[in-house]
Design a protein around this ligand. Structure first.
Ligand code: NAG
Ligand code: NAG
Ligand code: NAG
Ligand code: NAG
Ligand code: NAG
Ligand code: NAG
Ligand code: NAG
Ligand code: NAG
Ligand code: NAG
Length: 500
């Protein structure tokens, strides 16, 4: 069914709503309406009431991320050439970017400022952004990452990782970096940020790195981040990495790196909340989008989950997964809503990766309307991923994986429909598959261990442990399959995440 418009509740209410409203779930099959036993009707009535009485501050959604309040007006604007930058692809402009930030900082409390980067090839080392800034790259503007590692300072590891992701100790700072910021916009007219990552990939392959490779863009502990309308090329490592951030929008970007480049993930929200990723094309060497939240004992003790994450209208290919959760998920991941996705020529479609030692949880995940073409494994759970930061992890720290719904998924030329490996003694539960059709070329089509759940309208027929029917008794065990139904039929409501 179509999703209509909408009453959007305020932020404090959103969390409670998440568990109540969900997508038009069961309603796509009208007969299911009456079959679906509804267990939380009181909650729904209360929320409905709340929405009705709170109408004055409610807003209409138009199915795009709600980021409108950031960077709309910047009273001051300067051009990078005013700070001595030369766009010849040879001159190193790190100082120019740093000086521009230093100067523009004085406008932070006056509505902020815009730094305009015109057409040209602007070579630079790593630089730091400021709050209330719009970094604007014009058409044919290319910010080029320096190929000399001395232009990339080494910074402390993230507390939720305890060390660099690929080597012990510190890590190179991202090309474009920001920490403790509010209201930062990186946008333009299809300008390009090119990490020239090949030098880093080469050092990785030859094992000559001293520290973990840098990201192309990293924002740390920041609120109100918008990244849009740009092209990101050849990141040394993960491309866009928001970590410990809130209210992050990534929209209408193209992210490219060779399919064989190592660990060039597209977008990795990491211990972040209220994240919206939409309308992107991503073709990289590693996961298109990977949701994370810290690593083993460090992630457990930091304890910051990734939550309230919307991903929609995404197309991509990779030698890894289209959407991945983990393997670093020790702070927990919940409330992920991914829909309208298309992945082709990829290794895995949707994958959840975890391991004993991670702790944490992955729950309340809803993935709908996905088209897969030429994908080796359509749906994949990996419970024994391994890969620990050091020997001090707690092997008894078990991840909890539950309430994960896959709905309206088609796949052509799939090798394995589902490779679903849970953890012995810690079965992944309430995994729900609804309306899924794959053409599969290899036996066994589904391979499940330590997995429990429900399914309906799935071809080829799924494994026994997932084959109990969703309707009528298990609708409310399936995240997103029951709760929205009752009101969606007439109210045309949608949950907050269609706006944010
Ligand atoms: C960010 O905040 C942390 C904690 O207050 C502080 O240690 C760090 O120096 C700050 N960094 C910047 C760049 O302001
Ligand atoms: C995060 O940033 C805020 C300022 O925006 C600062 O007060 C706080 O200490 C920072 N926290 C950490 C953990 O860096
Ligand atoms: C997407 O970005 C391009 C430039 O990269 C811009 O021309 C276009 O208007 C943007 N689309 C939307 C819907 O913002
Ligand atoms: C922006 O660049 C991408 C990648 O080159 C291209 O596919 C897209 O059509 C461009 N968009 C606009 C509006 O020029
Ligand atoms: C499903 O997603 C595709 C994009 O992959 C989109 O074109 C289509 O409109 C979506 N279908 C529904 C019913 O929303
Ligand atoms: C498919 O992926 C492989 C690498 O995994 C790559 O060599 C090939 O060019 C890709 N094909 C298309 C059509 O993109
Ligand atoms: C199943 O999903 C397809 C899209 O993949 C959609 O067109 C169809 O309406 C869905 N059927 C049901 C019964 O929900
Ligand atoms: C199922 O997957 C496991 C790995 O999880 C593999 O060891 C096993 O051989 C597979 N079973 C079949 C029948 O292919
Ligand atoms: C809901 O819609 C149906 C038709 O789709 C209509 O018969 C019914 O009266 C409506 N209920 C309410 C409460 O508006």
């Amino acid at each position: 069914m179509r999703i209509h418009s909408t009453v959007i509740p305020s932020l404090p209410l959103r969390r409670s709503l998440l568990s109540v409203f969900f997508t038009p779930g069961c309603s796509s099959s009208p007969d299911n309406f009456n079959l679906c036993k509804f267990k939380i009707s009181l909650k729904v009535v209360l929320v409905l009431l709340f929405i009705i009485i709170s109408a004055p501050w409610a807003a209409k959604a138009n199915l795009s991320c709600k980021s409108d309040s950031y960077g709309l007006v910047r009273p001051h604007s300067v051009t990078i050439t005013e700070f001595g930058a030369v766009g010849d692809g040879v001159t190193l402009n790190t100082k120019a970017f740093q000086n521009a930030m230093f100067y523009l900082n004085s406008f932070a409390d006056k509505g902020g400022a815009k730094l305009f980067v015109p057409a040209g090839r602007w070579l630079t080392g790593s630089f730091d952004l400021i709050s209330h800034l719009t970094l604007w790259l014009d058409k044919d503007a290319v910010i080029l990452g320096s190929t000399h590692s001395e232009d990339w300072p080494v910074i402390d590891p993230l507390p939720s990782y305890g060390r660099g992701r690929e080597l012990p100790g510190g890590r190179y700072r991202s090309l474009i970096f920001g920490q403790n910021l509010t209201d930062v916009v990186i946008t333009g007219n299809n300008g390009t940020i090119d990490g020239q990552g090949f030098v880093w990939w080469e050092r990785f392959r030859k094992k000559t790195l001293d520290y973990t490779r840098p990201h192309l863009v990293e924002l740390m502990n920041s609120t109100g981040v918008v990244i849009s309308n740009l092209i990101f090329l050849n990141s040394p490592f993960w491309t866009i990495h928001p970590v410990y951030c809130s209210q992050v929008t990534v929209r209408n970007v193209t992210i490219l790196a060779p399919l064989d480049s190592p660990n060039t993930d597209g977008i990795d929200p990491d211990s972040c909340d209220d994240v919206c990723i939409e309308d992107c094309f991503i073709s990289t060497g590693d996961d298109v989008v990977a949701i994370k939240s810290g690593w083993d004992e460090y992630g457990i003790s930091y304890g910051r989950p990734s939550k309230n994450i919307i991903i929609r209208r995404l197309t991509g290919q990779t030698r890894a997964s289209g959407i991945a959760i983990g393997s670093e998920m020790s702070g927990g991941v919940w409330g992920v809503h991914a829909q309208d996705l298309r992945f082709f020529n990829s290794t895995d479609g949707i994958r959840i990766k975890t391991s004993p030692g991670r702790g944490g949880y992955v729950k309340d995940i809803y993935v709908a309307n996905v088209t897969l073409v030429d994908v080796l494994v359509a749906i994949r759970f990996t419970g024994l991923y391994g890969d620990h930061p050091d020997e001090f992890y707690d092997p008894n720290a078990m991840p909890l994986i539950e309430k994960i719904t896959f709905k309206d998924i088609t796949g052509g030329n799939i090798k394995t429909a589902g490779l679903m490996e849970g953890i012995e003694g810690h079965t992944f539960g309430d995994i729900c598959l609804y309306n899924i059709t794959f053409t599969v070329t290899r036996e066994p089509r589904w391979n499940c261990s330590y997995i429990q759940g429900y399914s309906e309208l799935v071809t080829p027929k799924t494994c026994k442990s997932l084959s109990r029917e969703i309707f009528p008794d298990h609708c409310s065990d399936c995240y997103g399959m029951s709760s929205y139904l009752q009101m969606s039929r007439n109210q045309s409501m949608e949950p907050w995440f269609f706006s944010w």
